[in-house]
Design a protein around this ligand. Structure first.
Ligand code: ADP
Ligand code: MG
Length: 323
């Protein structure tokens, strides 16, 4: 069974002054047992889509079936089958991790005995023994996210939604968290997560759906997406005042399939870098264009993103980190 199917899902936020088309005709299919990643920059429409799929927001138009139930008709049944961990998390800071788990279990209608059993299992599985009887307010970011995740699966959902689960975590905590998510998958839980981290999508997700400005722009596994950009990339760093001259010179070079300008470089997509570079370089040198750097690479997921959207996700993430 498909865990999620959507057909032309849309969300328009209307106010008196403006109208924001946050999600446009999104068509998805999420298979049972996979980690499905929604990758996109801030404002792409990831959270809005997730809030619709988790019954927290009504779509403006379109259709969705979650765990086989109609989103518009069977919200109650869907809520029993899914878990949802929002970006901010949902634990009560002045209670302990253990108390939060128990509360969550009881809210989902588990008996005290079942809640206790599930909480103990999760505390053991997520190695939370050391801190689970301390108040959440004393936890590190990583410990807090573990409690959030454990709360999300207290009622043994078949499908778990995680909104930006590792945003703000240090690299070690992120790696630990990825292991926990993979373990949940090996226990048969389907996971739908959103992220704006390329490496997270690349190494964690079985299927990646790239979203930008409310629309899905590409979908597939990491390898399939990268294969869409065949060949090599030659990146030549130069002052932007030379861009026009360089582009005019290289226009006649048939090795170049496509070129893109970044802030500080000219990116050339070629079939075989080792053949193309010895042709390209002398052309630029003869024209006295000062070259700062030359780099040759295979396509990365960010290349896919850049080609599909016209902008780089890596630059945006770096900007955010340095702010
Ligand atoms: N309640 C709302 N009212 C108006 N606009 C909203 C609302 N929620 C989100 N948006 C807008 O919808 C777009 C998508 O937002 P969101 O789904 O939060 O993106 P993401 O999770 O990918 O960062 C953004 O332009 C955002 O400002
Ligand atoms: Mg979001």
């Amino acid at each position: 069974m498909d865990m999620i199917v959507t057909k032309d899902l849309c969300k328009i936020f209307k106010s008196r002054k403006s109208s924001v088309e946050a999600v446009r005709n999104v068509n998805l299919k999420v298979n049972q047992g996979e980690i499905f990643g929604f990758l996109g920059p801030n404002g792409a429409g990831k959270t809005t889509t997730m809030r619709m799929l988790t019954t927290l927001m009504t779509p403006s138009s379109g259709y969705a079936a979650i765990v086989g139930y109609d989103l518009l008709k069977n919200a109650k049944e869907i809520r029993q089958k899914i878990g949802y961990v929002s970006q901010k998390g949902g634990c009560y800071e002045y209670a302990t991790g253990y108390e939060n788990l128990m509360l969550q279990g009881r809210l989902y209608g588990l008996s005290k005995a079942s809640a206790t059993e599930n909480a103990s299992k999760l505390i053991h599985a997520f190695q939370m023994e050391e801190y689970c009887h301390r108040k959440v307010i004393t936890y590190s970011g990583g410990q807090r996210r573990h409690v959030d995740l454990a709360m999300g699966v207290m009622h043994s959902p078949q499908l778990l939604f995680l909104d930006e689960p590792t945003t703000g975590l240090d690299p070690t905590s992120r790696a630990n968290f990825w292991d926990e998510i993979k373990r949940l998958r090996s226990n048969g839980i389907t996971i739908f997560l959103t992220t704006h981290y390329l490496d997270e999508a690349d190494s964690l997700c079985d299927t990646i759906c790239i979203m930008d400005h409310g629309s899905v722009v590409a979908e597939g596994n990491s390898l399939e997406l990268k294969r869409q950009i065949a060949g090599d990339i030659i990146e030549i760093g130069m002052d932007h005042t030379y861009f026009e001259q360089a582009c005019n010179l290289l226009k006649t070079n048939h090795d170049i399939k496509e070129s893109i300008l970044t802030e500080t470089s000219l990116k050339l997509y070629v079939e075989a870098g080792e053949k193309a570079l010895p042709q390209i370089l002398p052309q630029l040198v003869e024209a006295n264009i000062p070259i700062h750097t030359i780099e040759m690479s295979r396509p990365s997921l960010d290349e896919v993103f850049l080609r599909k959207t016209g902008h780089s996700l890596k630059n945006e993430t770096e900007k955010e980190v340095s702010q």
